[in-house]
Write a protein that binds this ligand. Structure first.
Ligand SMILES: [Zn+2]
Length: 242
C-alpha cells in the first residue's frame, strides 16, 4: 500500500476514533439518565416534605388522643359525682355545667381525631404513590445504567482496537510524508486528506485542473489542492467500488 493509501487509512482511523470518543462522552452524559435522576431527586424531596407533614400530624393526633382519654375520665368522674348527688343545688349545678363543658371538649377532641385520621390516611396514600413512582424510576435507571455500561465497554474495546490500528498505520508512513500531513492536520484535522471526485477537491469543492488530477492519479506523490492546500487523494479501485 502506498503512502497515500496509508494516509487515507490514517484519516479514516482518526475519524473513527473521534466518533467513538463522542459516543463515549454521550454514554457518560446520557440525557435520559440525567432526566431520570432529576425526577428522582424531585420526588424524593417531595417525599421528605410529605413525611415531615405526616410525622407532625401523627404527633397532633397522639396528643388529641391523650386529651380525649383524659376528658373521657374527667367526664366519668363528673357523672359519678353528679349521680352521688352530694352537695347543695348550687354545687350540683356547677358540676353539671362542668360536665357539659367537658362533654363539648371531648366532642371537639373526637372531631379532631377523626379529621387528623382522615388527613393521615390521604397523606399516607400519597406517600405510598410517591414511593411507588420512585422505585419505578429506580428500576428504569438501573436498566438504563446497565445498558450504558455495556455500551461503554464496547466503545472502549473499539477505542483500544482503533488505537492499535492507528499505531500500525503510522508505522507504515514515511517520516517526510507524516511531517507534511501533521502540519496540515493542525489546520484541517480529519479532513486533511481530500478525495478527488468528479474533478473536484472534496475538501473545498473547487474544480481541479486536469494536469493536477493526472498527478494525483499517479498515487505516489503528495499533491496539494491549489485552492485549499489539502492533500489530494485519488481513491483506489476498491474504494471506488464501495
Ligand atoms: Zn481543495
Amino acid at each position: 500500500m502506498g503512502n497515500l493509501d496509508n494516509l487515507w487509512k490514517l484519516q479514516e482511523i482518526r475519524k473513527k476514533f473521534l466518533g467513538l470518543k463522542k459516543r463515549e462522552q454521550e454514554a457518560l452524559n446520557n440525557p435520559e439518565e440525567k432526566n431520570i435522576k432529576g425526577k428522582m431527586d424531585a420526588l424524593r424531596c417531595e417525599y421528605d416534605v410529605l413525611n415531615l407533614k405526616i410525622k407532625g400530624i401523627e404527633r397532633d393526633l397522639k396528643k388529641r388522643e391523650m386529651d380525649c382519654k383524659a376528658l373521657e375520665e374527667k367526664k366519668q368522674n363528673l357523672q359519678e359525682e353528679l349521680y352521688r348527688g352530694n352537695g347543695n343545688a348550687k354545687e350540683l349545678s356547677g358540676i353539671q355545667q362542668q360536665l357539659e363543658k367537658t362533654e363539648e371538649e371531648h366532642l371537639a377532641a373526637e372531631e379532631d381525631i377523626m379529621g387528623f385520621s382522615e388527613e393521615l390516611e390521604a397523606l399516607n396514600k400519597d406517600a405510598a404513590k410517591l414511593n411507588q413512582d420512585i422505585s419505578q424510576l429506580e428500576n428504569r435507571l438501573g436498566v438504563l445504567q446497565a445498558n450504558l455500561e455495556v455500551e461503554l465497554q464496547e466503545i472502549r474495546h473499539e477505542i483500544k482496537q482503533v488505537k492499535r490500528a492507528h499505531k500500525e498505520v503510522l508505522s507504515n508512513i514515511d517520516e517526510k510524508t507524516l511531517n507534511i500531513y501533521n502540519k496540515k492536520f493542525n489546520q484541517y484535522s480529519i479532513t486533511t486528506v481530500a478525495k478527488v471526485s468528479g474533478g473536484l477537491c472534496m475538501g473545498c469543492k473547487v474544480h481541479l485542473p486536469r494536469y493536477l488530477i493526472a498527478e494525483v492519479k499517479k498515487r505516489d506523490v503528495l499533491v496539494g489542492c491549489e485552492n485549499c492546500g489539502r492533500i489530494l487523494y485519488y481513491p483506489n479501485q476498491e474504494e471506488l467500488k464501495a
